[in-house]
Design a protein around this ligand. Structure first.
Ligand code: AMP
Length: 224
């Protein structure tokens, strides 16, 4: 059942690849009734639909690198300005560079939304295990995990019976590249935000189930 997040907040889900940003964001969306905006999902939708933007982004995404700030800032700006975000939103996977962080801070100030950072802290070994076991439905985007949330028998999506697949960027060699980007380009945002936002929460998410980890974030936001 939806109950309002404290204030008109833009919750920035932040953490290394595979830290559970997407899963936690979906739980927060259901709990607080605010939209979940994921630049990764928006890019994948464009790839799936075969748009020009999707064609430009696909090769970069498959290599594990970041698509350009200009392209992502444009996508995010258009989405965040829509009416459904006026009361607050959850941002997942954006910003990922200092340049994106600067653009976003300006936009949020203009829209009167308070940035609230949730940094998911998680052990590297847990992440590698999680990412290599992750599968998703190419049709509806539902996310599975071979260990903790397996698809239906035969590897089929529960919602639409499509065979689930490994994301092109979850292959081991690409994961390494994504971590390098994270350390070089995204990690510096921790210091950037620490000096700028009033509410900055570091939540340790360990071996627990996705539900347990998500609940820990909900409680932190409500009580922090
Ligand atoms: P995600 O699903 O958030 O892990 O994103 C998947 C891929 O989309 C990333 O590895 C990047 O190639 C691209 N991407 C998503 N969000 C951003 C962003 N904010 N900046 C640059 N690239 C992004």
């Amino acid at each position: 059942m939806a109950n309002a997040t404290p204030g008109k907040a833009a919750i920035l889900m932040f953490g290394p690849p595979g830290s559970g940003k997407g899963t936690v964001s979906k739980v927060l969306m259901a709990r607080f009734g605010t939209p979940h905006v994921s630049t990764g999902d928006m890019l994948r939708e464009n790839v799936q639909a075969g748009t020009e933007l999707g064609r430009q982004a696909k090769a970069i995404m498959d290599s594990g690198k970041l698509v350009s700030d200009e392209l992502v800032n444009r996508l995010a700006d258009e989405r965040i300005r829509r009416a459904d975000c006026a009361g607050g939103l959850i941002l997942d996977g954006y910003p990922r560079t200092i340049e994106q962080g600067q653009v976003l801070m300006q936009l949020l100030a203009e829209l009167g939304l308070e940035p609230v950072v949730v940094f998911l802290d998680v052990d590297y070994n847990i992440i590698i295990r999680r990412l290599t076991a992750r599968r998703s439905c190419p049709k509806c985007g539902a996310v599975y995990n071979l260990e903790s949330k397996p698809p239906k028998a035969g590897g089929l999506c529960e919602a639409d019976d499509t065979p689930v697949a490994i994301r092109d960027d979850d292959r081991e060699e690409v994961i390494r590249q994504r971590f390098l980007n994270y350390e070089r380009q995204t990690q510096p945002l921790v210091d950037f935000f620490a000096g700028k936002v009033k509410r900055f929460f570091r939540v340790t998410v360990g071996e627990g189930s996705p539900q347990e980890n998500s609940e820990r974030v909900v409680q932190t936001l409500l009580n922090g």
